[in-house]
Design a protein around this ligand. Sequence first.
Ligand code: ADP
Length: 597
Amino acid sequence: MSRLASLASRALAIFVVLWLGLAQARAERSEVRIGVLAYQGEVAAAEDWTPLAAALELALPGRQFVLRYFGLQELWQAVADQQVDFVITHGGQYVALESRFGASRIATLEDPRFASPGKALGSAVVVRAERQDIVNLADLAGKRLAAVAPDAFGGYLAALRELDEVGVGPGDLATIDFTGFPMQKALQELTEGRVDAAVLRACMLEELAAAGSIDATAFRVLSSRAENGFPCQLSSRLYPDWPFVSLHHTDRALAKEVATALLGMAPLPDGVAWTVPADYQDVHALYRELKIGPYAYLRDTTLLAWLKRLWWVFVGLFLIFAAGVVHAVRVEHQVAARTEALRKALAERDAAQARIQAQQQEAEHLSRLSILGELSSTLAHELTQPLASIANFAHSMVRRLDSGRYTPELLAGASRDIASEAERAGGIVQRIRSFSKKRVAIRQDCAPDELVDEAVALFCSMLAPPPEFKIVSDLPPATLIEGDPLQLQQVLLNLFKNAWDAMQALPSAQRRIDLEIRRYDSRCTIRVRDYGCGLDDAQMASLFEAFFTTKPDGLGLGLSICKSIIEAHAGRLVASRPDKGPGMCFTVHLPAHERTA
Ligand code: ADP
C-alpha cells in the first residue's frame, strides 16, 4: 500500500512538474492575436476557425495563436486600436481596411468546391418560383427585398452592385428588410410572402436543398448566370474568397512566418486551405461603383468635399501655378533687364557710330582743306591771271575812252573779255568753295566721265602749269555709279595730288597723268597712272595705313581716307606698279549700273 502510495505521489509530482513546465512553456510563447469576422456569432466562428489556430501553432511552435471574434464594426475598431495582429474577414471589409489602415493580404482562403479562390463569393437573388412577374433583376424596381445586413458581402452588396447596374438602386425598391444572421431568415421572409425577393450568399440555396431544409424547385434565381467551374446558381459576378490579412503594425517577420505556415498548411478538416493572395481589385470596383465603404466620399459632391478629398491636387496645382508665375516673373524680369542692356548697348553703339562718322567727316573735310592748302600757292597765281587780264582790259578801255579812240565794237569786245575772265575766276572760286565745304555724305547717281572731268578741271585750275592729263574712256554712255560726287572727287584729287608730288623731280613738260575709265560687267574702274618716283615693296605694303608718309610735310592720311571712302561705296582702291615704265597706278573699283529711262 505504501508502495502504491509512493508511486501515486511520484506520479503526481511528475504530473505537477510537467503541468508547471507546460504552463511555463505556454507563458513563454509569444501571443499572436487573430481577429475574425464572426458574422454568424462567436460559436459558429469558433467552430470554423479553431482548427486553423491549432494548425498554426503546430506549424509555428514558438507562437500561441489566440482567436478573437468580432462583428464588422467591432473588428474595425479592434484594428484601429491595434488589438489584433491579423484579421480574417471578407473581401469587402479587407479592401476597406486596406484603404484606411494599409492592411495587406498574405493569403486567400481556398475552398475545394470552387475552381478558383479568386471567384468564390457571390449573391443569388431568389424569388418564389411562381412569381412570373419577376424574371430578372430589373423587375425588382418597386418590389420588397430581404437581405442579411447593409454590410453583408454575399448577402447584400454583391447583389446590390448588379441591381445598381440595371438601374435599380436601393431607393428604387419598395422596402429593404435586413433580417440579420442566420441567412435563412431572409429566405423565411420570402417563403412567408413578406418580401418579393431575398438576397442569399451564392450556394446557400443549394446547401439548404442538399440538407433537405427546403425544396429547391420552390425558388428561382433571378438573372442567373453561369460561371465556369462554379457549382451554384448566381445573380452576381464572383469575388475572391476571404483573405488572411496582415496589418500595418504587424511585425514583418511574424507576417512572413504566418504566410509561409498558411501556404504550407494541409487542408483543414472542412477541406479549406490557404493559397497565394487573390486580386481584390474587383471588390474595390464594387465599393467604388456603389460609392460606399472607402469610396463613400464619392457621394459627397460638394465643393468642400472635393477640396477635402483632392486638397493635395489643389495644393499641387497651386504650387505648379506659383512656380509658373515665379518663373514667368523671373523670365520677364530677365527679358526686361536684357532688353534694357541691349538698348543701352545699341544706344552706345549708335553714339559711337555717330562720333566715328562725325570724325570721319571732319577728317575728310580736313583732307580736302589740306589738298587745297598744298595747292594754294599756285591757286593764288591762277586767280591773279584772270584778275590781271580784267584789270588790263579795264585800263585799256579807260585809256581809249580818254583819247577818244574807241568804237562800240572795241568796247563790246573788251567787255566780253572782262566778263569771260571774271567768269573764269568765279568758276575757280566756286569750285574751291564747293570742294571745301563741310557737309554730310549723300548718295546719288553720278556719271563717272563727268566726275573725272570735273576733278581734272578743278585740279588743273589750281596748278600752273598743270600736268598733262591723258584720258581714255570706253564707258557705255548710260553707265552710272551711285555715290557722293564730292567724296569721289576728293578721292580723285588726292590721287592726282599724290601723282603730282611723285613727279616733282621731273621737268614740268614730262609730268603726265594717264586716266583710264572702263566698264567690266557690273563694275566701273578709274585708273590713275603717273610717271613719278614710284614705291618700293616695303612702302607699297604700308601705303594705305594711316600716318604713313614719305613727305616731310605729309600727314599720311590721304590714302587711308580715300580707301575708306571707296569701301563705303562698296568698292575697292588698289595700288599697283605699271606693267611698263616708272610711276604708280591707283585703281578705283566701284559698282556700276545702267541709267534707267
Ligand atoms: P601724304 O600725301 O600726306 O603723305 P597719303 O596717304 O596721300 O599721305 O600718301 C601716303 C604716302 O604714299 C605718300 O607719302 C607717298 O610716299 C606714297 N604715295 C602715294 N601716292 C604715290 C604715288 N603716286 N607715287 C609714289 N608714292 C606715292
